[in-house]
Every structure is written in C-alpha cells, then in structure tokens.
Design a protein around this ligand. Structure first.
Ligand SMILES: C=C(O[C@@H]1C=C(C(=O)O)C=C[C@H]1O)C(=O)O
Length: 96
C-alpha cells in the first residue's frame, strides 16, 4: 500500500520538478521580451497580449477538462511573474 502511495508521490515529485523548470524557462524569457520591447518602444505591460494568453489557457483547460478558473489563476500569476522580472531587468538596464 505505502509502496504504491510513495511511487505515485515520486511521479508527482518529478512532475513538480518539470513544472518548476518550465516556470523558470518562461520567466527567463523576460530578458528577450524586454529587449524587443525596448527596440520597439513598447511598454512592458500589454493588456491585449495578456488577454490572448489567458484565452488560450482557458481553451486548453476546457480541452483538457481542467477547472478553467484555477488554470486562469495560474496563468495570471505566471504573467505577473514575467512582468515583475521585466520590471526588474528594466530597472537594471535603465530603460522603458
Ligand atoms: C511576456 C510579455 O509581457 C507581459 C507578460 C505577458 C505574459 O507573461 O504572457 C503578456 C503580456 C505582457 O503584459 C509579452 O508582452 O509578451
């Protein structure tokens, strides 16, 4: 019994690790995104793009039979993390 529970928890641990790696990869794109925005003289926050990301996440959640509100909340946090990281870089780079 415990063996099976522990085996399943080990699978979850590996998935959590992958999620963490993907969050890191997504957040680290802030640097590239910011330098493109700097070139194009665009602000960090882009409401239209945020809506696209949230709509895409909601559609995928429906497709995968996941709770749409929960998935949207996760993506709202990911977007916020990206904005914060861009603001952080922006402060360092003294731009926008
Ligand atoms: C990453 C970007 O910057 C911000 C963060 C977004 C995101 O994390 O998906 C979307 C729009 C912007 O407010 C972007 O403009 O694409």
């Amino acid at each position: 019994m415990t063996g099976k529970l522990e085996a399943t928890r080990e699978k979850m641990r590996l998935i959590d690790r992958e999620i963490m790696d993907l969050i890191e990869m997504r957040t680290n794109l802030a640097s590239e995104i910011l330098s493109s925005k700097k070139e194009m003289n665009k602000p960090i926050r882009d409401e239209e793009q945020m809506q696209k990301v949230l709509d895409r996440a909601s559609s995928l959640a429906v497709e995968k039979n996941l709770d749409v509100d929960s998935v949207r909340q996760i993506f709202e946090i990911l977007i916020q993390m990206s904005i914060e990281k861009q603001n952080e870089y922006s402060g360092h780079m003294n731009v926008i």
